[in-house]
Design a protein around this ligand. Sequence first.
Ligand code: NAP
Length: 588
Amino acid sequence: MAGVNGETLASLEQLVEGLGPAELYWIAAWSAARAEQRAHGPVPVARPGGERLTVLYGSQTGQAKRIARQLSEGAEAAGLSVRLVRADSYPPREWSKETHLLVVISTQGDAEPPDDARGLVEFILGKRAPRLPGLRYAVLGLGDSSYPQFCAIGRQLDARLAELGATRLAPLGEADVDVDSVASPWTEQALEQARQALGSVAAPARLTSLQSVPSHIAHSREHPFAAAVLDNQRIVASGHAREVRHLELSLEHSGLRYEPGDAVGVWPENPPALVDAWLTLLKLDGDQSVRHDGKEWPLRHWLSRERELTRLSRPLIAALAEASGDDALAHVLRPNQSVRLAALLATDQPLDLWRRHPVAWSAEALVGVLRPLTPRLYSIASSAKAVGEEVHLTVAVVDYHAHGERYQGAASTFLAAAVDDQRVPVFIEPNERFRLPADEARDIIMIGPGTGVAPFRAFVQERRETAARGRNWLFFGNRHFHSEFLYQVEWQAALREGSLHRLDLAFSRDSAAKVYVQQRLREQGRELYAWLQEGAHLYVCGDASRMAKDVHAALIDIAAMHGGRTPEQAKEWLSELLQQGRYARDVY
Ligand code: NAP
């Protein structure tokens, strides 16, 4: 057996000292890929003049982009000529020339495309879309099965391309929040089909290994950095019903970098009380060992760190309906029941459903039926220029009582309880659609009620550090002025020192009638419109389900009223801002 000499072994021992099992396995996989690369020589070069594969993506939180990038790297490794394009950079005239296309696209909330794909989706679903008989394609939709219209945009695109005469290279993939369990096999299949269609020279067996191991060691979603907690404090008045916390984490020695607008991904652990409740109700032993998918851990570990316990999903409802034989439950999943399904998904957690439809599940069956735990994203509330090797987060703690039970969010409960020096597994999720203007002289308008204000703390810090000349205008709202004015002291200091130029506030529960940020927008409509006409960039962060829609409607009204436009023209004007990247949203 080949080995290494004593000196090399000693250096290796030194290098890996202090690393955990996950990091050691990762290094093993990385070394294997390097060995394979060396054994097979350099990756073959695409044939000049040959047909090209286009990988097109529309991404809101960066997941679709991550998969598209992997696809494109896999295609390159297979010797294909490939280009990776974001949906808003894809000119409509390209469609009729395209021959081989892989699309990765997410669905937001209620069947909405991601912001960067709005134009593309509208075009291809619309009357002006060309016939596409020469196109071979495959679509991977990303979605969240806790929404009734799961993967709606992926489905629409897949069906529409077929309707326009294109031929599928692979069936539609529908990935849930545990994206990779569907995306990985789909990627392999789609690449193999593309390779066959384009007649590449590379061997198919190499795709997986090259695509799954990055070419440099870095912390990522799969290999998070264990960030030490430096500070964790409540930033709303104590005793107040809703807790919001400010966390500061150390990124020292992580090699992680971020820009204002990016998010931090946190791999949480489920609330211990919830894990106990599952074990008690299902009469299962947390210490019993469970093997699933080639991994073996005690059941308690599976439930704490590997499985979703706080989010209900369609596959889980389907599994419970089947196991319990309850027709009423199966009925909720029918296409015409989307309103009832939405209500169920919004109000209930998996355990509620199990309480109502108790079935005897073995530990193995339980692990098999629950979805893998996924990381939660928090918009970064700091600028690295201001805080160095730290990252700050603003966390609303999900903790309430309903149906006589306590409900706690997975990540927010985990973060709220994190003590100083505790390690939190994190990674950076870049958000290139939510960036400060490249031209620092441009004005910016930031609309961020509740914890949606987080990225604007980063923006203002960054603009102060870079002495940007543009003006900064913040609209903030929350329930009460006295208890929930997040970062009040900082905003006031920023106003004094001139790094914040305007601040408009809407406290919804301090008066008899509710006041929301969009009311302030309307009140300031004339000036706001003037700023936008002079080239200001507009940002919205926070709740997607109602706030972002209402703010959008207010902006249309403002453009109609102060820009002398018809409502239709005002709508178009706002869509153009969106497509130009001058109106960016970080909402979910
Ligand atoms: P929230 O629930 O959004 O409430 C903040 C304020 O918005 C309250 O005064 C609320 O008023 C008001 N509001 C309610 N409906 C509104 C509407 N239709 N239009 C405008 N304002 C409205 O605050 P939060 O609990 O801090 O949640 C923030 C949201 O941002 C969450 O959905 C979260 O997922 C999202 N988000 C957070 C981050 C982050 O990094 N922290 C990033 C992106 C998105 P009332 O309650 O009195 O009606």
